[in-house]
Design a binder for this molecule. Structure first.
Ligand SMILES: Cc1cc2nc3c(=O)[nH]c(=O)nc-3n(C[C@H](O)[C@H](O)[C@H](O)COP(=O)(O)O)c2cc1C
Length: 198
């Protein structure tokens, strides 16, 4: 279905949700995987993270706050996200500002994770050099013994919400004359819709 201004919803989250669902229905293996790009003191970097939903007009993901990406965001809150769904030949790009979510919200999500993932998150000083895998596996065993019931939320682990400044929707078209519609957040509320050349 071509991406036309006349048919595009006024709300980009409606279009995002529709495209996300379409990717799921088309059998995308991991439609929730997104690239997160950050700028730190020592340059830029990008990696995949898992999209954990939309909340009050923000894109959520969870990670270690002391990781490279966490340190980058501490330096510069401006981040970029990219989704690509080959099955539906759609790309969505987001540019926005990242903020930590509340500790209660991080706790709420952490509690839903499998115990193994909770232990790994607790044991792993993400992005730091470690001597060997052994060191990490031993740490997991120690933590499992120390916390036979509930694994506490690590101090350095939690969510970020990304408030978009703009969201761009890209759809593949014949002869590479692709469609690109960008929603730019207005100062107070609402969005300005514009077409970009492919
Ligand atoms: C498909 C996929 C999903 C991932 N999801 C997450 C995630 O949600 N959170 C996270 O911290 N790392 C996730 N990772 C690992 C990151 O890509 C990365 O290796 C890690 O966060 C460290 O990045 P950094 O050193 O730039 O901070 C994922 C990797 C892949 C391939």
């Amino acid at each position: 279905m071509p991406l036309l201004e006349e048919e595009a919803p006024r709300d980009p989250y409606e279009l995002f949700t529709r495209w996300f669902r379409e990717a799921q229905e088309a059998g995308a293996i991991q439609p929730d995987a997104m690239t997160l790009a950050t700028a730190g003191e020592d340059g830029v970097s990008a990696r995949m993270v898992l999209f954990k939903g939309l909340h009050n007009g923000t894109f959520l993901f969870y990670t270690n706050y002391d990781s490279r990406k966490g340190r980058d965001i501490g330096h510069d809150r401006r981040v970029a996200l990219v989704f690509y769904w080959p099955q539906t030949r759609h790309q969505v790009r987001v540019y926005g500002i990242a903020h930590k979510v509340s500790r209660e919200a991080s706790m709420g999500y952490f509690r839903t994770r499998p115990r193994g993932a909770q232990l790994s998150a607790s044991a792993s000083p993400q992005s730091r050099v470690v001597r060997s895998r052994d060191v990490l596996e031993k740490k997991v065993l120690e933590l499992a013994a120390a916390h036979p019931d509930e694994v506490p939320l690590p101090r350095s682990w939690g969510g970020y919400s990304v408030k978009p400044r703009w969201i761009e929707f890209w759809e593949n078209r014949d002869d590479r004359l692709h469609d690109r519609l960008r929603y730019v957040a207005r100062e107070r509320s609402g969005w300005r819709l514009e077409r970009l050349a492919p």
